[in-house]
Design a protein around this ligand. Structure first.
Ligand code: BF8
Length: 641
Protein backbone atom coordinates (compact mmCIF):
# COMPACT_ATOMS: atom_id res chain seq x y z
CA UNK A 1 0.00 0.00 0.00
CA UNK A 2 1.59 3.27 -1.14
CA UNK A 3 0.55 6.06 1.20
CA UNK A 4 2.07 8.94 3.11
CA UNK A 5 2.75 6.70 6.11
CA UNK A 6 4.90 4.21 4.21
CA UNK A 7 7.98 6.36 4.83
CA UNK A 8 7.40 5.93 8.55
CA UNK A 9 6.74 2.19 8.61
CA UNK A 10 6.60 -0.61 6.08
CA UNK A 11 4.23 -2.53 8.37
CA UNK A 12 0.72 -2.07 6.91
CA UNK A 13 -0.92 -2.35 10.35
CA UNK A 14 1.33 0.43 11.67
CA UNK A 15 0.51 2.55 8.61
CA UNK A 16 -3.22 2.20 9.28
CA UNK A 17 -2.72 3.06 12.93
CA UNK A 18 -0.60 6.09 12.06
CA UNK A 19 -3.52 7.38 10.03
CA UNK A 20 -5.82 6.66 12.95
CA UNK A 21 -3.47 8.41 15.40
CA UNK A 22 -3.41 11.47 13.15
CA UNK A 23 -7.23 11.54 13.01
CA UNK A 24 -7.38 11.40 16.80
CA UNK A 25 -4.58 13.95 17.19
CA UNK A 26 -2.40 11.49 19.06
CA UNK A 27 1.27 12.36 19.12
CA UNK A 28 3.61 9.47 18.27
CA UNK A 29 7.34 8.84 18.25
CA UNK A 30 7.42 9.91 14.59
CA UNK A 31 5.89 13.32 15.42
CA UNK A 32 8.37 13.88 18.22
CA UNK A 33 11.25 12.94 15.92
CA UNK A 34 10.05 15.45 13.33
CA UNK A 35 9.87 18.11 16.07
CA UNK A 36 13.49 17.38 17.01
CA UNK A 37 14.85 17.92 13.52
CA UNK A 38 17.43 19.05 12.74
CA UNK A 39 19.03 17.02 15.50
CA UNK A 40 22.27 18.25 17.03
CA UNK A 41 25.13 17.62 14.60
CA UNK A 42 27.74 17.58 17.38
CA UNK A 43 25.80 14.89 19.23
CA UNK A 44 25.32 12.81 16.10
CA UNK A 45 29.08 12.73 15.59
CA UNK A 46 29.75 11.93 19.25
CA UNK A 47 31.51 15.29 19.69
CA UNK A 48 29.38 16.70 22.49
CA UNK A 49 30.84 16.16 25.98
CA UNK A 50 28.80 16.44 29.19
CA UNK A 51 31.19 14.50 31.41
CA UNK A 52 31.86 17.46 33.73
CA UNK A 53 30.08 20.69 34.56
CA UNK A 54 32.74 22.91 32.98
CA UNK A 55 30.87 21.86 29.83
CA UNK A 56 28.85 21.06 27.88
CA UNK A 57 31.68 21.25 25.34
CA UNK A 58 31.76 20.41 21.67
CA UNK A 59 34.47 20.05 19.05
CA UNK A 60 33.96 21.65 15.66
CA UNK A 61 34.14 18.84 13.08
CA UNK A 62 35.05 21.29 10.30
CA UNK A 63 38.17 22.50 12.09
CA UNK A 64 37.15 26.18 12.24
CA UNK A 65 35.91 26.34 15.82
CA UNK A 66 37.25 24.83 19.06
CA UNK A 67 39.14 21.57 18.70
CA UNK A 68 39.29 20.86 22.42
CA UNK A 69 36.87 20.83 25.32
CA UNK A 70 37.57 23.04 28.36
CA UNK A 71 39.62 20.26 30.05
CA UNK A 72 41.73 19.77 26.91
CA UNK A 73 40.02 16.61 25.63
CA UNK A 74 40.04 16.45 21.83
CA UNK A 75 37.62 14.75 19.44
CA UNK A 76 39.10 11.25 19.78
CA UNK A 77 39.02 11.32 23.58
CA UNK A 78 35.49 12.71 23.71
CA UNK A 79 34.07 10.23 21.17
CA UNK A 80 35.78 7.23 22.81
CA UNK A 81 34.65 8.33 26.25
CA UNK A 82 31.05 8.66 25.08
CA UNK A 83 31.17 5.26 23.38
CA UNK A 84 32.49 3.49 26.49
CA UNK A 85 29.76 5.07 28.59
CA UNK A 86 27.10 4.02 26.08
CA UNK A 87 28.37 0.43 26.04
CA UNK A 88 28.61 0.41 29.85
CA UNK A 89 25.00 1.59 30.14
CA UNK A 90 23.89 -1.06 27.67
CA UNK A 91 25.78 -3.78 29.54
CA UNK A 92 24.35 -2.60 32.86
CA UNK A 93 20.79 -3.22 31.59
CA UNK A 94 21.50 -6.83 30.71
CA UNK A 95 23.60 -7.42 33.82
CA UNK A 96 20.80 -6.03 36.00
CA UNK A 97 18.39 -8.40 34.26
CA UNK A 98 20.75 -11.35 34.83
CA UNK A 99 21.22 -10.42 38.47
CA UNK A 100 17.43 -10.70 39.01
CA UNK A 101 17.74 -14.34 38.00
CA UNK A 102 20.55 -15.16 40.40
CA UNK A 103 18.21 -14.07 43.18
CA UNK A 104 15.26 -15.85 41.59
CA UNK A 105 17.10 -19.16 41.12
CA UNK A 106 18.39 -19.05 44.68
CA UNK A 107 14.96 -18.38 46.12
CA UNK A 108 13.31 -20.92 43.82
CA UNK A 109 15.85 -23.56 44.92
CA UNK A 110 15.07 -22.80 48.56
CA UNK A 111 11.33 -22.95 47.97
CA UNK A 112 10.82 -19.32 48.95
CA UNK A 113 8.99 -18.23 45.78
CA UNK A 114 6.24 -19.79 43.67
CA UNK A 115 8.51 -20.67 40.75
CA UNK A 116 9.23 -24.39 40.31
CA UNK A 117 12.44 -25.40 38.54
CA UNK A 118 10.95 -26.60 35.29
CA UNK A 119 13.83 -27.76 33.15
CA UNK A 120 15.95 -30.43 34.78
CA UNK A 121 17.71 -31.22 31.50
CA UNK A 122 18.90 -27.63 31.14
CA UNK A 123 19.80 -27.52 34.83
CA UNK A 124 22.14 -30.48 34.32
CA UNK A 125 23.54 -29.07 31.07
CA UNK A 126 24.41 -25.75 32.75
CA UNK A 127 25.87 -27.59 35.76
CA UNK A 128 28.04 -29.63 33.39
CA UNK A 129 29.31 -26.55 31.55
CA UNK A 130 30.23 -24.99 34.90
CA UNK A 131 32.06 -28.18 35.94
CA UNK A 132 29.54 -29.10 38.66
CA UNK A 133 28.69 -32.72 39.28
CA UNK A 134 24.95 -33.42 39.44
CA UNK A 135 25.50 -36.77 41.12
CA UNK A 136 23.67 -37.28 44.38
CA UNK A 137 22.16 -33.77 44.27
CA UNK A 138 18.47 -32.94 44.18
CA UNK A 139 17.48 -30.47 41.49
CA UNK A 140 17.11 -27.82 44.18
CA UNK A 141 20.63 -28.47 45.49
CA UNK A 142 22.04 -28.31 41.99
CA UNK A 143 20.13 -25.08 41.24
CA UNK A 144 21.49 -23.54 44.43
CA UNK A 145 25.05 -24.52 43.49
CA UNK A 146 24.60 -22.88 40.06
CA UNK A 147 23.19 -19.71 41.64
CA UNK A 148 26.20 -19.62 43.97
CA UNK A 149 28.67 -19.81 41.08
CA UNK A 150 26.84 -16.94 39.40
CA UNK A 151 26.96 -14.94 42.64
CA UNK A 152 30.70 -15.63 42.94
CA UNK A 153 31.21 -14.13 39.48
CA UNK A 154 29.73 -10.92 40.88
CA UNK A 155 32.07 -11.09 43.88
CA UNK A 156 35.32 -11.81 42.02
CA UNK A 157 38.10 -9.49 43.20
CA UNK A 158 40.81 -11.36 41.26
CA UNK A 159 41.99 -10.98 37.67
CA UNK A 160 40.81 -14.32 36.32
CA UNK A 161 37.80 -14.23 33.96
CA UNK A 162 34.26 -14.86 35.19
CA UNK A 163 33.33 -18.54 35.31
CA UNK A 164 30.42 -17.80 33.00
CA UNK A 165 32.91 -16.60 30.36
CA UNK A 166 35.19 -19.64 30.46
CA UNK A 167 32.18 -21.97 30.61
CA UNK A 168 30.33 -20.35 27.69
CA UNK A 169 32.83 -18.95 25.20
CA UNK A 170 35.14 -20.96 22.92
CA UNK A 171 38.56 -21.43 24.60
CA UNK A 172 40.30 -19.76 21.65
CA UNK A 173 38.19 -16.59 22.18
CA UNK A 174 38.84 -16.54 25.92
CA UNK A 175 42.59 -16.69 25.22
CA UNK A 176 42.33 -13.86 22.68
CA UNK A 177 40.42 -11.69 25.15
CA UNK A 178 42.84 -12.49 27.98
CA UNK A 179 45.76 -11.53 25.76
CA UNK A 180 44.15 -8.15 25.09
CA UNK A 181 43.33 -7.74 28.78
CA UNK A 182 39.58 -7.42 28.12
CA UNK A 183 38.14 -10.66 29.52
CA UNK A 184 35.40 -9.77 32.04
CA UNK A 185 36.24 -10.49 35.67
CA UNK A 186 33.15 -9.30 37.54
CA UNK A 187 30.33 -7.43 35.77
CA UNK A 188 29.70 -4.89 38.53
CA UNK A 189 33.37 -4.14 38.99
CA UNK A 190 34.08 -3.92 35.25
CA UNK A 191 31.22 -1.49 34.66
CA UNK A 192 32.33 0.60 37.65
CA UNK A 193 35.87 0.64 36.32
CA UNK A 194 34.66 1.75 32.85
CA UNK A 195 32.78 4.68 34.39
CA UNK A 196 35.81 5.58 36.47
CA UNK A 197 38.13 5.37 33.46
CA UNK A 198 35.94 7.79 31.49
CA UNK A 199 35.54 10.37 34.25
CA UNK A 200 37.00 13.87 33.76
CA UNK A 201 40.77 13.73 33.80
CA UNK A 202 41.30 9.98 33.83
CA UNK A 203 41.85 8.24 30.49
CA UNK A 204 42.62 10.36 27.42
CA UNK A 205 43.80 7.53 25.15
CA UNK A 206 41.05 6.58 22.65
CA UNK A 207 42.51 3.15 21.86
CA UNK A 208 42.83 2.26 25.53
CA UNK A 209 39.20 3.26 25.98
CA UNK A 210 38.09 1.21 22.98
CA UNK A 211 39.52 -1.87 24.67
CA UNK A 212 37.24 -1.07 27.59
CA UNK A 213 34.31 -0.79 25.16
CA UNK A 214 35.16 -4.34 24.05
CA UNK A 215 35.19 -5.43 27.69
CA UNK A 216 31.74 -3.87 28.11
CA UNK A 217 30.51 -5.93 25.16
CA UNK A 218 31.83 -9.07 26.85
CA UNK A 219 30.38 -8.08 30.23
CA UNK A 220 27.03 -7.67 28.49
CA UNK A 221 27.36 -11.06 26.80
CA UNK A 222 28.40 -13.18 29.77
CA UNK A 223 27.25 -11.26 32.86
CA UNK A 224 24.03 -10.42 31.00
CA UNK A 225 22.91 -12.47 28.02
CA UNK A 226 24.36 -15.94 28.62
CA UNK A 227 23.75 -15.90 32.35
CA UNK A 228 20.17 -14.76 31.82
CA UNK A 229 19.22 -17.22 29.09
CA UNK A 230 20.76 -20.10 31.04
CA UNK A 231 18.91 -19.29 34.27
CA UNK A 232 15.65 -18.37 32.53
CA UNK A 233 15.63 -21.70 30.73
CA UNK A 234 16.24 -23.56 34.00
CA UNK A 235 13.30 -21.81 35.67
CA UNK A 236 10.84 -21.57 32.78
CA UNK A 237 11.97 -24.28 30.36
CA UNK A 238 13.96 -24.31 27.12
CA UNK A 239 11.83 -23.21 24.16
CA UNK A 240 10.57 -25.73 21.63
CA UNK A 241 8.96 -24.92 18.24
CA UNK A 242 5.61 -23.25 18.69
CA UNK A 243 3.04 -21.79 16.29
CA UNK A 244 1.81 -18.26 16.87
CA UNK A 245 0.70 -15.04 15.19
CA UNK A 246 2.14 -11.56 14.87
CA UNK A 247 0.79 -8.04 14.40
CA UNK A 248 -1.96 -5.87 15.80
CA UNK A 249 -4.65 -8.07 14.26
CA UNK A 250 -4.05 -10.50 17.16
CA UNK A 251 -5.96 -8.13 19.47
CA UNK A 252 -9.62 -9.09 19.85
CA UNK A 253 -12.60 -6.75 19.99
CA UNK A 254 -14.62 -9.16 22.15
CA UNK A 255 -11.88 -10.06 24.65
CA UNK A 256 -10.04 -8.47 27.53
CA UNK A 257 -6.75 -7.54 25.83
CA UNK A 258 -3.65 -7.47 28.00
CA UNK A 259 -0.43 -6.39 26.32
CA UNK A 260 2.84 -7.35 28.02
CA UNK A 261 5.87 -5.17 27.29
CA UNK A 262 9.44 -5.06 28.53
CA UNK A 263 12.08 -7.71 29.09
CA UNK A 264 12.03 -9.81 32.26
CA UNK A 265 9.73 -12.85 32.08
CA UNK A 266 9.51 -13.30 35.86
CA UNK A 267 6.36 -11.17 35.74
CA UNK A 268 5.05 -12.02 32.27
CA UNK A 269 5.24 -15.80 32.80
CA UNK A 270 3.05 -15.34 35.88
CA UNK A 271 0.62 -13.22 33.85
CA UNK A 272 0.25 -16.05 31.33
CA UNK A 273 -0.51 -18.45 34.18
CA UNK A 274 -3.07 -16.15 35.79
CA UNK A 275 -4.69 -15.11 32.52
CA UNK A 276 -5.50 -18.80 32.02
CA UNK A 277 -6.75 -19.19 35.59
CA UNK A 278 -8.93 -16.08 35.45
CA UNK A 279 -10.33 -16.50 31.96
CA UNK A 280 -13.78 -17.33 33.33
CA UNK A 281 -13.82 -14.09 35.32
CA UNK A 282 -13.37 -12.21 32.05
CA UNK A 283 -16.36 -14.10 30.65
CA UNK A 284 -18.43 -13.15 33.71
CA UNK A 285 -17.41 -9.54 33.01
CA UNK A 286 -19.01 -9.83 29.57
CA UNK A 287 -15.94 -10.55 27.44
CA UNK A 288 -15.25 -13.69 25.41
CA UNK A 289 -12.12 -14.35 27.49
CA UNK A 290 -8.62 -12.95 27.87
CA UNK A 291 -6.25 -12.24 24.99
CA UNK A 292 -2.60 -11.78 25.89
CA UNK A 293 -0.16 -10.29 23.40
CA UNK A 294 3.43 -9.13 23.65
CA UNK A 295 5.61 -6.21 22.62
CA UNK A 296 9.42 -6.17 22.60
CA UNK A 297 11.37 -8.83 24.47
CA UNK A 298 8.89 -9.75 27.21
CA UNK A 299 6.67 -10.52 24.23
CA UNK A 300 9.41 -12.66 22.70
CA UNK A 301 9.97 -14.55 25.96
CA UNK A 302 6.33 -15.60 26.39
CA UNK A 303 6.07 -16.28 22.69
CA UNK A 304 9.05 -18.65 22.78
CA UNK A 305 7.85 -20.66 25.75
CA UNK A 306 4.06 -20.19 25.71
CA UNK A 307 3.15 -19.29 22.13
CA UNK A 308 1.64 -15.92 23.17
CA UNK A 309 1.18 -13.83 20.00
CA UNK A 310 3.22 -10.74 19.19
CA UNK A 311 1.25 -7.45 19.08
CA UNK A 312 4.03 -5.41 17.52
CA UNK A 313 7.64 -4.32 18.01
CA UNK A 314 9.38 -1.32 19.59
CA UNK A 315 8.56 1.60 17.32
CA UNK A 316 4.81 0.99 17.10
CA UNK A 317 4.19 0.36 20.82
CA UNK A 318 2.08 3.53 21.14
CA UNK A 319 -0.05 2.41 18.20
CA UNK A 320 -1.14 -0.72 20.08
CA UNK A 321 -2.95 1.52 22.57
CA UNK A 322 -4.53 3.52 19.74
CA UNK A 323 -6.52 0.40 18.75
CA UNK A 324 -8.78 1.32 21.67
CA UNK A 325 -9.04 -2.32 22.82
CA UNK A 326 -6.05 -2.61 25.13
CA UNK A 327 -7.50 -2.91 28.62
CA UNK A 328 -4.07 -3.00 30.24
CA UNK A 329 -0.52 -2.63 29.01
CA UNK A 330 1.72 -4.16 31.64
CA UNK A 331 5.38 -3.16 31.53
CA UNK A 332 8.54 -4.16 33.40
CA UNK A 333 11.87 -2.64 32.28
CA UNK A 334 13.64 -1.32 29.15
CA UNK A 335 12.41 0.03 25.80
CA UNK A 336 9.13 1.33 27.26
CA UNK A 337 8.25 4.77 25.87
CA UNK A 338 7.34 7.22 28.66
CA UNK A 339 4.67 8.53 26.26
CA UNK A 340 2.50 5.43 26.77
CA UNK A 341 0.56 7.10 29.56
CA UNK A 342 -0.11 10.17 27.37
CA UNK A 343 -1.52 7.99 24.58
CA UNK A 344 -3.50 6.00 27.16
CA UNK A 345 -5.20 9.23 28.34
CA UNK A 346 -7.15 9.25 25.05
CA UNK A 347 -8.54 5.80 25.81
CA UNK A 348 -9.57 3.67 28.79
CA UNK A 349 -6.24 1.78 28.74
CA UNK A 350 -4.47 1.25 32.06
CA UNK A 351 -0.70 1.44 31.89
CA UNK A 352 0.60 -0.76 34.70
CA UNK A 353 4.21 -0.48 35.82
CA UNK A 354 5.62 -3.27 37.95
CA UNK A 355 9.29 -2.65 38.76
CA UNK A 356 10.83 -0.29 41.34
CA UNK A 357 13.28 1.16 38.77
CA UNK A 358 10.69 1.74 36.03
CA UNK A 359 7.80 3.97 37.04
CA UNK A 360 5.93 6.34 34.70
CA UNK A 361 3.93 9.34 35.91
CA UNK A 362 0.25 8.67 35.21
CA UNK A 363 0.62 4.87 35.35
CA UNK A 364 -0.84 2.50 37.94
CA UNK A 365 2.01 0.90 39.88
CA UNK A 366 1.70 -2.67 41.14
CA UNK A 367 4.80 -3.58 43.13
CA UNK A 368 5.41 -6.99 41.64
CA UNK A 369 7.79 -9.13 43.69
CA UNK A 370 8.80 -12.75 43.57
CA UNK A 371 7.45 -13.73 46.98
CA UNK A 372 3.97 -12.41 46.13
CA UNK A 373 4.15 -13.17 42.41
CA UNK A 374 0.85 -15.03 42.28
CA UNK A 375 -1.12 -12.41 44.21
CA UNK A 376 0.39 -9.57 42.16
CA UNK A 377 -0.22 -11.29 38.82
CA UNK A 378 -3.81 -11.95 39.90
CA UNK A 379 -4.19 -8.29 40.90
CA UNK A 380 -2.94 -7.13 37.47
CA UNK A 381 -5.22 -9.47 35.51
CA UNK A 382 -8.20 -8.41 37.65
CA UNK A 383 -7.41 -4.72 37.05
CA UNK A 384 -7.52 -5.41 33.32
CA UNK A 385 -10.77 -7.38 33.54
CA UNK A 386 -12.39 -4.63 35.61
CA UNK A 387 -11.27 -2.07 33.05
CA UNK A 388 -12.93 -3.91 30.14
CA UNK A 389 -16.30 -2.31 30.89
CA UNK A 390 -14.75 1.16 30.52
CA UNK A 391 -13.91 0.56 26.88
CA UNK A 392 -15.39 3.12 24.48
CA UNK A 393 -16.74 1.06 21.57
CA UNK A 394 -16.72 4.08 19.27
CA UNK A 395 -12.94 4.25 19.58
CA UNK A 396 -12.25 0.64 18.64
CA UNK A 397 -10.02 0.42 15.58
CA UNK A 398 -8.10 -2.86 15.15
CA UNK A 399 -6.20 -3.34 11.91
CA UNK A 400 -6.82 -6.85 10.63
CA UNK A 401 -3.20 -7.60 9.70
CA UNK A 402 -1.64 -10.64 11.32
CA UNK A 403 0.64 -13.39 10.07
CA UNK A 404 1.13 -16.91 11.32
CA UNK A 405 4.64 -18.05 12.11
CA UNK A 406 6.77 -20.56 13.99
CA UNK A 407 8.87 -19.49 16.97
CA UNK A 408 10.71 -21.34 19.72
CA UNK A 409 13.98 -22.18 17.94
CA UNK A 410 16.37 -22.64 20.83
CA UNK A 411 19.68 -24.34 19.97
CA UNK A 412 18.21 -27.49 21.49
CA UNK A 413 15.16 -27.21 19.19
CA UNK A 414 17.31 -26.66 16.09
CA UNK A 415 19.58 -29.59 16.94
CA UNK A 416 16.44 -31.62 17.68
CA UNK A 417 15.05 -30.91 14.19
CA UNK A 418 18.41 -31.78 12.59
CA UNK A 419 18.55 -34.98 14.65
CA UNK A 420 15.47 -36.14 12.76
CA UNK A 421 17.68 -36.17 9.66
CA UNK A 422 20.75 -37.67 11.36
CA UNK A 423 20.18 -38.86 14.91
CA UNK A 424 23.81 -39.85 15.51
CA UNK A 425 25.41 -36.72 14.18
CA UNK A 426 22.79 -33.90 14.12
CA UNK A 427 25.09 -31.09 12.97
CA UNK A 428 26.32 -33.12 9.99
CA UNK A 429 23.38 -32.36 7.65
CA UNK A 430 23.80 -28.64 8.31
CA UNK A 431 27.56 -28.70 7.83
CA UNK A 432 27.34 -30.92 4.72
CA UNK A 433 24.87 -28.54 3.12
CA UNK A 434 27.03 -25.53 3.93
CA UNK A 435 30.05 -27.34 2.45
CA UNK A 436 28.10 -28.30 -0.68
CA UNK A 437 26.97 -24.68 -1.14
CA UNK A 438 23.23 -25.39 -0.76
CA UNK A 439 23.44 -23.08 2.23
CA UNK A 440 25.83 -20.25 1.37
CA UNK A 441 26.20 -19.16 4.98
CA UNK A 442 24.21 -17.76 7.86
CA UNK A 443 23.32 -14.33 9.17
CA UNK A 444 21.92 -13.18 12.50
CA UNK A 445 19.41 -10.33 12.11
CA UNK A 446 18.91 -8.77 15.52
CA UNK A 447 18.15 -5.56 17.37
CA UNK A 448 15.66 -2.74 17.41
CA UNK A 449 13.64 -0.31 15.31
CA UNK A 450 14.68 3.30 15.00
CA UNK A 451 12.62 6.28 13.93
CA UNK A 452 15.57 7.32 11.75
CA UNK A 453 14.74 4.55 9.27
CA UNK A 454 11.39 3.34 7.92
CA UNK A 455 10.18 0.87 10.54
CA UNK A 456 11.04 -2.76 9.64
CA UNK A 457 12.14 -1.83 6.11
CA UNK A 458 15.83 -2.61 6.51
CA UNK A 459 15.13 -5.81 8.45
CA UNK A 460 12.77 -7.07 5.77
CA UNK A 461 14.73 -5.81 2.75
CA UNK A 462 17.98 -7.29 4.01
CA UNK A 463 16.36 -10.62 4.93
CA UNK A 464 14.78 -11.03 1.48
CA UNK A 465 18.09 -10.36 -0.29
CA UNK A 466 19.99 -12.78 1.92
CA UNK A 467 17.41 -15.56 1.58
CA UNK A 468 17.41 -15.22 -2.21
CA UNK A 469 21.13 -15.89 -2.02
CA UNK A 470 20.73 -19.01 0.13
CA UNK A 471 21.81 -17.39 3.38
CA UNK A 472 19.99 -18.96 6.34
CA UNK A 473 18.78 -16.37 8.87
CA UNK A 474 18.43 -16.58 12.63
CA UNK A 475 16.83 -13.70 14.45
CA UNK A 476 16.01 -12.24 17.87
CA UNK A 477 14.52 -9.12 19.47
CA UNK A 478 12.49 -6.56 17.53
CA UNK A 479 14.19 -7.74 14.33
CA UNK A 480 12.54 -11.13 14.82
CA UNK A 481 9.20 -9.42 15.42
CA UNK A 482 9.63 -7.38 12.22
CA UNK A 483 10.37 -10.53 10.23
CA UNK A 484 7.46 -12.42 11.81
CA UNK A 485 5.08 -9.55 10.97
CA UNK A 486 6.37 -9.54 7.39
CA UNK A 487 5.55 -13.23 6.99
CA UNK A 488 9.15 -14.45 6.75
CA UNK A 489 8.94 -17.02 9.54
CA UNK A 490 6.57 -19.60 8.15
CA UNK A 491 6.93 -22.50 5.70
CA UNK A 492 5.31 -20.49 2.88
CA UNK A 493 8.15 -17.97 3.15
CA UNK A 494 10.64 -20.73 2.36
CA UNK A 495 8.78 -21.40 -0.89
CA UNK A 496 8.52 -17.71 -1.69
CA UNK A 497 11.84 -16.21 -0.64
CA UNK A 498 14.54 -18.88 -0.21
CA UNK A 499 17.01 -19.61 -3.01
CA UNK A 500 16.82 -23.11 -4.53
CA UNK A 501 19.59 -24.65 -2.41
CA UNK A 502 18.29 -23.30 0.88
CA UNK A 503 14.72 -24.24 -0.02
CA UNK A 504 15.73 -27.86 -0.68
CA UNK A 505 17.52 -28.15 2.67
CA UNK A 506 14.71 -26.54 4.68
CA UNK A 507 12.16 -28.74 2.93
CA UNK A 508 14.11 -31.92 3.70
CA UNK A 509 14.58 -30.97 7.38
CA UNK A 510 10.94 -29.89 7.72
CA UNK A 511 9.72 -33.20 6.26
CA UNK A 512 12.05 -35.25 8.46
CA UNK A 513 10.91 -33.28 11.53
CA UNK A 514 7.30 -34.19 10.73
CA UNK A 515 6.20 -30.63 9.90
CA UNK A 516 4.83 -31.76 6.57
CA UNK A 517 6.22 -28.48 5.26
CA UNK A 518 9.62 -26.77 5.05
CA UNK A 519 11.27 -25.20 8.08
CA UNK A 520 10.88 -21.40 8.00
CA UNK A 521 13.83 -19.62 6.34
CA UNK A 522 14.17 -17.26 9.32
CA UNK A 523 14.41 -18.97 12.70
CA UNK A 524 13.11 -17.02 15.70
CA UNK A 525 15.64 -17.64 18.48
CA UNK A 526 14.08 -15.38 21.10
CA UNK A 527 14.61 -12.10 22.89
CA UNK A 528 17.74 -9.93 22.78
CA UNK A 529 19.26 -11.76 25.75
CA UNK A 530 18.86 -14.88 23.61
CA UNK A 531 21.58 -13.64 21.29
CA UNK A 532 23.46 -15.99 23.61
CA UNK A 533 21.65 -18.84 21.82
CA UNK A 534 23.02 -17.65 18.47
CA UNK A 535 26.54 -17.54 19.92
CA UNK A 536 26.11 -21.07 21.31
CA UNK A 537 24.98 -22.33 17.91
CA UNK A 538 27.95 -20.71 16.17
CA UNK A 539 30.37 -22.04 18.80
CA UNK A 540 28.95 -25.55 18.32
CA UNK A 541 29.33 -25.26 14.53
CA UNK A 542 32.88 -23.94 14.82
CA UNK A 543 33.75 -26.71 17.28
CA UNK A 544 32.29 -29.35 14.97
CA UNK A 545 34.30 -28.02 12.02
CA UNK A 546 37.40 -27.54 14.19
CA UNK A 547 37.73 -23.93 13.08
CA UNK A 548 37.32 -20.64 14.93
CA UNK A 549 34.05 -18.68 14.94
CA UNK A 550 35.81 -15.86 13.03
CA UNK A 551 36.47 -18.28 10.13
CA UNK A 552 32.82 -19.29 9.63
CA UNK A 553 30.84 -17.99 6.59
CA UNK A 554 28.56 -15.86 8.76
CA UNK A 555 27.66 -12.26 9.62
CA UNK A 556 25.58 -10.36 12.15
CA UNK A 557 23.37 -7.37 11.55
CA UNK A 558 21.43 -4.88 13.67
CA UNK A 559 19.83 -3.10 10.70
CA UNK A 560 17.69 -0.67 12.72
CA UNK A 561 19.47 -0.49 16.09
CA UNK A 562 18.77 2.33 18.52
CA UNK A 563 19.47 1.11 22.08
CA UNK A 564 22.61 1.36 24.18
CA UNK A 565 22.16 -2.38 24.67
CA UNK A 566 22.60 -2.91 20.93
CA UNK A 567 25.94 -1.08 21.02
CA UNK A 568 27.16 -3.45 23.74
CA UNK A 569 25.86 -6.55 21.93
CA UNK A 570 27.34 -5.42 18.59
CA UNK A 571 30.74 -4.90 20.22
CA UNK A 572 30.56 -8.44 21.60
CA UNK A 573 29.73 -9.80 18.13
CA UNK A 574 32.84 -8.08 16.77
CA UNK A 575 34.85 -9.52 19.69
CA UNK A 576 33.55 -12.99 18.75
CA UNK A 577 35.17 -12.39 15.36
CA UNK A 578 31.98 -11.65 13.42
CA UNK A 579 31.46 -9.04 10.68
CA UNK A 580 28.71 -6.86 12.18
CA UNK A 581 26.48 -4.66 10.07
CA UNK A 582 24.67 -1.61 11.47
CA UNK A 583 21.99 0.29 9.56
CA UNK A 584 22.02 3.67 11.34
CA UNK A 585 25.38 5.36 11.86
CA UNK A 586 26.59 5.14 15.47
CA UNK A 587 27.62 8.41 17.12
CA UNK A 588 31.37 8.01 16.50
CA UNK A 589 32.15 9.69 13.18
CA UNK A 590 33.62 12.74 14.95
CA UNK A 591 36.74 10.71 15.73
CA UNK A 592 38.86 9.40 12.84
CA UNK A 593 40.72 7.13 15.27
CA UNK A 594 37.61 5.56 16.80
CA UNK A 595 35.92 5.15 13.41
CA UNK A 596 39.08 3.65 11.91
CA UNK A 597 39.53 1.14 14.71
CA UNK A 598 35.88 -0.01 14.73
CA UNK A 599 35.55 -0.41 10.96
CA UNK A 600 39.05 -1.66 10.14
CA UNK A 601 41.90 -2.11 12.64
CA UNK A 602 39.87 -4.14 15.16
CA UNK A 603 39.71 -6.98 12.61
CA UNK A 604 43.44 -7.70 13.08
CA UNK A 605 42.93 -7.97 16.82
CA UNK A 606 39.62 -9.79 17.09
CA UNK A 607 38.61 -11.04 13.63
CA UNK A 608 35.40 -9.01 13.39
CA UNK A 609 34.62 -5.40 12.50
CA UNK A 610 31.66 -3.07 11.98
CA UNK A 611 30.23 -2.00 8.65
CA UNK A 612 27.56 0.70 8.35
CA UNK A 613 25.02 0.78 5.52
CA UNK A 614 21.39 1.91 5.64
CA UNK A 615 20.49 0.50 2.21
CA UNK A 616 19.43 -3.14 2.69
CA UNK A 617 20.40 -4.27 -0.82
CA UNK A 618 23.90 -2.79 -0.54
CA UNK A 619 24.28 -4.21 2.98
CA UNK A 620 23.25 -7.66 1.71
CA UNK A 621 25.82 -7.47 -1.09
CA UNK A 622 28.60 -6.69 1.39
CA UNK A 623 27.49 -9.50 3.71
CA UNK A 624 27.29 -11.98 0.82
CA UNK A 625 30.78 -11.02 -0.41
CA UNK A 626 32.09 -11.48 3.11
CA UNK A 627 30.47 -14.92 3.35
CA UNK A 628 31.93 -15.92 -0.03
CA UNK A 629 35.37 -14.72 1.09
CA UNK A 630 35.14 -16.84 4.25
CA UNK A 631 34.03 -19.85 2.16
CA UNK A 632 37.04 -19.41 -0.10
CA UNK A 633 39.37 -19.29 2.87
CA UNK A 634 37.83 -22.53 4.18
CA UNK A 635 38.31 -24.13 0.75
CA UNK A 636 34.55 -24.46 0.16
CA UNK A 637 32.81 -24.10 -3.20
CA UNK A 638 31.70 -20.62 -4.18
CA UNK A 639 28.75 -19.85 -6.43
CA UNK A 640 29.49 -18.75 -9.98
CA UNK A 641 28.62 -15.09 -10.62
O1 BF8 B 1 16.17 -5.91 24.07
S1 BF8 B 1 15.55 -5.09 20.09
S2 BF8 B 1 14.09 -2.08 20.93
S3 BF8 B 1 13.05 -4.59 22.84
S4 BF8 B 1 16.80 -3.18 22.75
FE1 BF8 B 1 14.51 -2.87 22.85
FE2 BF8 B 1 16.01 -3.05 20.77
FE3 BF8 B 1 13.65 -4.13 20.79
FE4 BF8 B 1 14.47 -6.08 23.50
NI1 BF8 B 1 16.62 -5.41 22.25
Amino acid sequence: MENKYCHQSCDPAAQKMLKRAEELNIETVWDRYAAQEPQCGFGQLGLCCRVCSMGPCRVDPFGDGPQKGVCGAGADTIVARNLVRTAAAGASSHVDHGYEYIQALKKAAQGEIPYPIKDEGKLKAIAAKLGLSAEGKTKEELALAIAEIAAQDFANTGEEPMKWVTASAPAERVEAWKKLGVAPRNPDRDIRSALSQTNIGTDADPVNMLLTAVRMGLVDAYGGLHLTTDLQDIIFGTPTPVASEANLGVLKEDKVNIVVHGHVPLMSEKLVEWANKLNDKAIVAGAAGIQLAGICCSGNEILMRQGVPIATNFLSQELAIATGVVDAIVVDIQCIMPSLTTVAECFHTKVITTMPIAKIPGATHVDFNLEEADAKAQEIIELAIANYRNRDKSKVHIPQEKTSFLGGFSVEAIVGALAKVNAEDPLKPLVDNIAAGNILGAAALVGCNTVKLTQDSVHVGLAKELLKNNVLIVSTGCAAQALAKAGLMNPAATEQYAGEGLKAVLTAVGQAAGLNAPLPPVLHMGSCVDNSRIADLLSALAGYLKVNVKDLPIAASAPEFMSEKAIAIGTWAVAMGILTHLGPTPQVLGSPIVTGVLTDKVEELLGGKFIVEADPVKAAATIINHIIDKRQKLGLTVPQA
